[in-house]
Design a protein around this ligand. Structure first.
Ligand code: ARG
Length: 605
């Protein structure tokens, strides 16, 4: 089924064609109910081309608009907006086609997968393995997972690439330190256990800074590693595996699935990238080079110079692909990564969920692969940059003594605080609120605490910084996960109170929409599929959090004793059935929506 927005867009498009107007019909959901449910804003933009006033154009569009089956009579507002209000019968008819969920696992609410699935790479999380994951890794992991979930739901083939930093000079130091402190690692690499990676790194670095012999040893180890020395590689691998085990403990807890493919996986390909560039350099030196870019040596480094990239002093800014010491760097690895993703994985969309500070790096790498023709037009490259998560003071996140805060500690703290929410909430949603077992409380606290952190992150506009604030994110009021989880559990308890058994629910129950709050709720429910479509193109999770928050608020108006309607005690029976069906659709939409954000729901809180 096409979304309502799509159908309305097509209808307005048809009307435009009849009056010889082209372009986008610009149909959008209205921000204010006063203006109907949708509006088309195209008339203003057509005035010049058609030589008419926007209001005249709007009225010509309305004359040619065949939309009776969906909308009330359209109205013109302001300079030439065409306001469209859905007929309750149309809304009810659409909702009625949504299948009952016999098994809520894998519930799609009748939403079809997209007709042309793509292969998409999402590059997310990607910590450097030398250290423990810290708070700075939260956003990429949570935002990236949400983007993956939505694309997967739409039917795309998604590679969730964990492009971990497992290559580079610091690994020489770590391997050398490991060999010194835990010599059995050579014989028993699998049994390596480092409880605290952070202090391991700090100790190694301290030795590196004060001990010249160790410094030399570390440098030699880097060379051995790069040359593929078997014993050195084995220790390095043991270290990376142990470090990845730490990461995956966190991913499991956050319920995030990832495929690990670190920088080291591209060592061969990095050589090939450099070979290809050297060849291009030779060709460019013997023939004419393009006007806007070239490959050249600069102070012993192999570089790509492209128009449009300048350093602060106005000098051309090179993308260095081989350093003057012969080593490869971050840019080399990202060029190789794109070659792999395009040529081997056949990706047509590559999305990098990486902080805003790396914007210039990605701008340059993307520009380079376009010039080099390693990523053709049909491949979309997108850096989804995000702002920082700050401490509640508004300052960068630090421990009291100025160190980095481990991600694990942050999650633990949120779950601990969520325990109070779980224990103290005099819940209307639990059948027997006083009788919660301890491990049940643990499970609820984990679901609420982690849900709160994720939701708070996703509900902020991606590009801005935000302040981490447990009080706000754990509040049962406002735009928070606990509010939505509570709304969900409450609706489920309504169903239980009404004694509904969805598995034997008659499939021919009619939905009737009369009361304003009932129509408003149904309209919101109808807009779920188009909301997902918008996120798929715009890649902004806060569109989904806003939608779910509005849906939950619309539901509470519908269920409100004064403003809304009777549900459990509505009569006649058909009306009660219709309203219970709306309750069920709301709960299922909340559950699926939260699931796509990576957040779990609870049947009772
Ligand atoms: N490991 C990098 C860092 O911690 C992030 C990698 C992001 N992905 C990429 N393909 N460059 O900064």
């Amino acid at each position: 089924m096409n979304s309502t927005l799509q159908v309305l867009t097509e209808r307005v498009q048809d009307a435009m064609i009849k009056i010889d107007a082209g372009g986008d019909p610009l149909v959008r959901a209205s921000q204010d109910d006063k203006f109907g449910d949708y509006q088309s804003n195209c008339a203003m933009g057509l005035a010049k081309a058609l030589g008419k006033k926007p209001r005249e154009i709007a009225s010509a569009i309305i004359e040619n608009l065949l939309i009776d089956d969906i909308c009330e009579t359209p109205e013109i507002a302001g300079p030439g907006f065409v306001n469209l209000r859905l007929k309750p019968g149309f809304i009810a008819g659409c909702l009625q086609t949504i299948p009952l969920a016999s098994d809520t696992k894998g519930d799609r609410l009748g939403i079809a997968v997209c007709p042309k699935p793509e292969t998409v790479v999402v590059d997310l999380s990607s910590p450097n393995l030398a250290k423990e994951m810290h708070v700075g890794h939260l956003r990429s992991t949570v935002i990236g997972d949400c983007i993956c979930r939505i694309l997967e739901f739409q039917g795309h083939k998604v590679h969730r690439e964990n492009h971990v930093g497992d290559w580079g000079t610091q690994f020489g130091m770590l391997v050398a330190y490991l060999r010194r402190t835990k010599p059995d690692v050579i014989d028993q690499p699998e049994s390596l256990e480092i409880k605290d990676l952070e202090s391991f790194y700090v100790e190694a670095k301290a030795l590196f800074d004060k001990d010249d012999a160790f410094k030399t040893e570390s440098r030699e180890t880097v060379v051995a590693l790069q040359q593929g020395d078997v014993a050195t590689r084995r220790i390095w691998k043991a270290f990376c595996d142990e470090s990845l085990r730490h990461c995956h403990a966190i991913y499991d807890r956050l319920n995030v699935r990832l495929e690990d493919r670190g920088e080291s996986a591209y060592t061969k390909l990095m050589e090939e990238v450099v070979d290809r560039l050297e060849q291009i350099q030779q060709e460019q030196e013997s023939k004419d080079k393009p006007k806007d870019w070239y490959v050249a040596d600069s102070d012993g480094a192999l570089c790509l110079f492209m128009d449009g990239f300048k350093a602060r002093d106005g000098e051309p800014l090179p993308l260095i692909v081989r350093k003057s010491d012969g080593g490869f760097n971050y840019a080399t690895s990202d060029l190789a990564t794109i070659v792999h993703r395009v040529e081997t994985l056949n990706a047509t969309r590559i999305i990098y969920v990486v902080g805003i500070p790396q914007k210039q790096h990605f701008d340059m790498v993307f520009a380079a692969v376009r010039k080099l023709d390693w990523a053709k037009e049909n491949v979309i490259l997108r850096h989804l940059g995000f702002g920082s998560m700050l401490a509640s003071s508004g300052k960068p996140f630090k421990t009291r003594d100025g160190g980095t805060v481990k991600l694990k500690d942050l999650l633990d703290e949120a779950v601990e605080r969520a325990r109070n929410v779980a224990v103290n909430t005099k819940s209307e949603t639990a059948d027997n609120p006083t009788n919660q077992e301890n491990d049940e409380v643990d499970r609820i606290a984990e679901t609420i605490g982690l849900g709160a952190i994720k939701y708070f992150d996703l509900s902020h506009s991606m590009s801005s910084d935000y302040k981490f604030d447990l009080n706000i994110m754990l509040s049962l009021e406002g735009n928070t996960a606990p509010y939505l989880q509570y709304a969900y559990a409450r609706i489920r308890s309504i169903g239980r109170k009404a004694g509904v058994d969805w598995s034997s629910w008659p499939t021919d129950t009619n939905i009737t929409l009369e009361h304003a709050t009932e129509i408003a709720l149904a309209t919101k429910l109808l807009q779920f599929p188009e909301t997902l479509d918008t996120i798929t193109t715009e890649l902004r999770p806060n569109i989904l959090t806003d939608y779910l928050f509005t849906l939950a608020k619309t539901f509470s108006r519908f269920y409100d004793k004064k403003l809304g309607v009777r549900v459990i005690d509505a009569s006649p029976e058909e009306l009660k059935m219709s309203r219970l069906r709306l309750c069920d659709l709301t709960a299922r939409t909340l559950k699926l929506g939260l699931h796509l954000l990576g957040i779990e729901t609870l049947e009772q809180m």
